[in-house]
Design a protein around this ligand. Structure first.
Ligand code: ATP
Ligand code: MG
Length: 432
């Protein structure tokens, strides 16, 4: 669609191209109710009514029109696949027609942009926190996929890594107000207060676990810390109940003698109101589990085993979304700086992820859905064909350092980043 005319506050503008129109919407200069006239039409209509333009005005957020659904992706242990999954889940949702923003919430090791083939993000969270950009939509960047955008993380910025609770609430509020249908927040590993609070404040909480004991223990520990933090906050007006929660064996590291169900019963004996608050916390906390890097049938059992243990010990319903096979194609995609769903849509990991999202995350079943599946697959394949190759990304490039032979003469000198002097082989100075 070309030659779009716009009427804002009785003034006419245009013609603009579709791309220019999109930019105006994103800047907030055009709203869904502004009138638009397109070629092939002799009638001014509100922008959101026009086929081909309405996708720029997402409306189906769960929380009533202006809010999008916020998904947080976390794990106890690091390196279990949160970032690669966040990228590919984002691609999957956008290929089904949703407007998606993926957000790098790993304030210690931001790398989500690299997985999307963006090597040097123009803006990051740093611009937001250093007040150079005053709202989040100003740091949203385009990706090679039209309805998938990204907020890139700011690596190693201490102030961001230690936010106050009200700052986190504000950030979550802003994330939910972004102009999108769904926002996916890729969190850092571990049980820092940042990660826990962002996870707890999200609408949908996804926990990624691999079928290894370390990953499973740490995931269980993460959930336990999450639920304890919720309980401490919710029960702050019930000191006797808090005492029961705080003093019990369940708080001892690596040891869970009493279950949360036992504690709940103890609280019931002393205070009915506190009992109801406690029960609500347990009922309302319903994270979802993805088992990643599954190698065999034995591994597969771990999904249900974790679910059962969490129910027994923490009285929490952990919904098992399904598994992704261990697939070397995921590593290949990382090297090609592409989401694995696009690097090879036919790989086992891509197939597993597609099934998991359609059937378990979105609950799509039945004949109509099967037909839709083929359209969706086609769209993913089209995206895959169009996704740019980043031949300029040097996987084995040395890291730029003051020890480089050319330090002092080089025009880049971005210490810590991959060397960008592609035609030279930087040599390290001999240590003297
Ligand atoms: N299903 C899979 N099959 C094979 N390799 C995988 C799979 N999922 C992830 N990986 C590999 O695991 C590595 C870590 O993935 P990723 O960076 O997404 O983990 P992470 O949980 O985000 O790590 P961190 O906690 O450091 O942020 C990547 O190199 C990726 O190739
Ligand atoms: Mg990561």
């Amino acid at each position: 669609m070309q030659n779009i005319f716009i009427k804002v506050d009785e003034k006419e503008y245009g013609p603009v191209t579709l791309d220019e129109f999109k930019t105006l919407v994103r800047e907030g200069s055009v709203s869904k109710d502004d009138l638009v006239l397109c070629e092939n039409s002799d009638e001014w209509m509100s922008a959101a009514q026009i086929e081909g333009l309405k996708r720029f005005f997402p409306t189906n957020g769960k929380n009533g029109g202006h809010q999008c659904k916020l998904y947080a992706v976390a794990s106890g242990k690091g390196g279990v696949g949160k970032t690669v999954l966040t990228c590919s889940i984002g691609v999957a949702f956008s290929s089904m027609g949703s407007d998606v923003i993926i957000v790098d919430g790993d304030f210690g090791g931001a790398n989500l942009h690299t997985c999307m083939g963006i090597l040097e993000p123009e803006y990051t969270f740093f611009d937001f926190y250093s007040l150079q950009k005053d709202n989040l939509s100003q740091i949203v960047l385009d990706t090679p996929i039209e309805n998938l955008r990204i907020i890139s993380g700011a690596c190693g910025t201490l102030g961001i890594a230690n936010q106050k609770y009200f700052q986190k609430q504000r950030l979550i509020r802003e994330l939910k107000r972004l102009p999108a249908d769904a926002v996916f927040l890729d969190l850092g590993a571990g049980s820092t207060y940042n990660t826990i609070d962002f996870f707890l404040l999200a609408d949908e909480k996804i926990l990624v676990v691999t079928p290894e004991p370390t990953s499973i223990y740490e995931a269980f520990g993460f959930l336990k810390v999450c639920v304890m933090r919720e309980l401490n906050r919710a029960l702050k007006n019930f000191p006797e109940a808090l005492e029961i929660v705080a003093s019990d064996e369940i708080n001892k590291p690596g040891k869970t003698c009493l279950t949360l169900g036992d504690l709940l019963q103890q609280v019931k004996k002393i205070n009915e109101e506190a009992f109801n608050v406690f029960k609500n916390v347990l009922e309302n906390f319903s994270p979802k589990l993805i088992l990643n890097m599954v190698k065999n049938k034995e591994d597969l059992k771990e999904g249900r085993a974790i679910q059962a243990a969490v129910m027994e010990l923490l009285s929490i319903h952990l919904e098992y979304l399904g598994y992704i096979s261990y697939d070397h194609e995921v590593g290949v995609a990382v090297k090609n700086v592409k989401p694995f769903l696009l690097n090879n849509p036919k790989s086992q990991a891509s197939k597993d992820l597609s099934a998991l999202i359609r059937v378990n995350l979105l609950g799509k079943k039945g004949i109509k859905e099967i037909l839709e599946k083929y359209r969706w697959r086609k769209q993913v394949e089209n995206y895959a064909k169009e996704f740019p190759e980043r031949a300029d990304f040097l996987q084995d490039a040395p890291i730029c350092s003051t020890n480089c032979f050319y330090w002092g003469d080089c025009e880049y000198e971005d210490g810590g980043k991959p060397c960008r002097v592609r035609h030279l082989e930087p040599r390290l100075k001999e240590a003297n």
